[in-house]
Design a protein around this ligand. Structure first.
Ligand code: PMT
Length: 319
């Protein structure tokens, strides 16, 4: 029997160097939460790179900052889920995402303490007007860390992502219907296969290169049908042409047979999403005022996804 595209992809591409370490972390995290009968979610977040050289100097990238995945992770923790946060290295992370750039330093001050009339050890403190902002986020971070409720796993290239996705699914299969997959990462659809890539940095002296990209296999296919057949799988659909959004989401549900697609437009993804099931669709919208007040659409998305997951679990009888 000839092997399928996704099997060839793994056969032709080596796993990342730290793959075995990550696999052990995933195994240990999943075994512990499965023993405790916890619900678990795999959140994928951020974009994947497509290297143009084996010794990578240049790569193709996409827009995703990891906002959706990192914000959603915090809300899943609020709902009591254990979370595998599989994210693009250097993209947004839960908790620290609230303090990007110099924001964090602006919350701090240094005080010189005097000892016997001489300056002593400087101490750093949070400015009083920043305590209200920092304290609740820090408290949630500490609770998640102390209860070992979150595992951070990172990827950079599309090949790294695919290896880690399959490894995570191998561990999640044991949770059956208690596993939720929330695939918010913006995964490359095109890449240069390993055997078509130059080893060294492309030389400008050789003229402008002609780069030919090939299709990355859609991993939703084996994921839904083989790797985690009993899990609740949520994929995202990103478009820039409104006319394609619902049609393509339905196509995806028909093709891969999972339960829910969350559709969004590039330009309005922070204020509008559409929940698409095989038979229904409805929108979640945030107004300008709600956005200005700091409300996040992920709070509503996650609340509804959790409800869908609970309904799904309740509908399946205990084995
Ligand atoms: O990170 P932000 O800046 O906050 O942006 C959030 C987001 C817009 C990236 C997010 O909301 C989103 O829409 N993510 C999915 C984007 C995407 O990859 O859409 P797609 O239509 O190309 O793929 C659809 C699904 O197929 C995805 O869930 C993906 O996991 C899956 N896929 C994609 C490529 C591939 N080779 N195999 C796959 O299985």
């Amino acid at each position: 029997m000839s092997s399928s595209h996704w099997e060839e992809f793994y056969a032709n591409h080596l796993p990342p160097a730290d793959f075995e370490d990550n696999r052990s972390l995933l195994k240990e995290f999943c075994e512990r939460h499965n023993e405790d009968q916890n619900s678990i979610v795999l959140v994928t977040s951020g974009g994947t790179t497509v290297p143009l050289e084996h010794n990578t100097v240049r790569f193709v990238d996409n827009f995703s900052a990891g906002t959706r995945g990192s914000a959603s992770t915090e809300y899943f923790l609020d709902h009591g889920y254990a979370v595998i946060f599989m994210h693009r290295l250097k993209s947004m992370e839960p908790f620290t995402r609230h303090f990007t750039g110099q924001q964090f330093f602006d919350m701090l001050d240094v005080a010189e303490t005097m000892e016997n009339g001489e300056s002593g050890t400087p101490s750093i403190f949070v400015k009083p007007d920043s305590v209200d902002v920092l304290a609740p986020i820090l408290a949630k971070y500490k609770i998640a860390q102390e209860a070992n409720k979150i595992l951070y796993i990172n990827f950079t290239s599309v090949v790294d992502y695919m290896w880690l996705l399959r490894a995570a699914c191998e561990c999640l299969a044991a949770f059956d219907k208690r596993a939720l997959l929330y695939l918010a990462a913006a995964v490359s659809d095109f890449y240069i296969p390993s055997d078509k890539m130059p080893t060294h940095k492309m030389q400008s002296g050789h003229g402008a290169p002609t780069i030919s990209l090939q299709l990355v296999p859609k991993m939703l296919a084996p994921l839904v049908s083989l790797w985690v057949p009993d899990a609740f799988v949520v994929s995202f659909k990103l478009e820039t042409d409104e006319n394609l959004l619902i049609v393509k989401s339905r196509d995806s549900l028909n093709k891969y047979k999972h339960k829910l697609v969350i559709a969004n437009m590039l330009q309005t993804r922070k204020s509008r999403v559409i929940f698409v099931t095989p038979t229904t669709s409805y929108e979640i919208n945030l107004t300008k005022d709600q956005l200005l007040a700091g409300m996040e659409i992920e709070e509503h998305i996650v609340a509804d996804v959790v409800q869908c997951h609970e309904d799904f679990m309740a509908a399946i009888p205990l084995q």
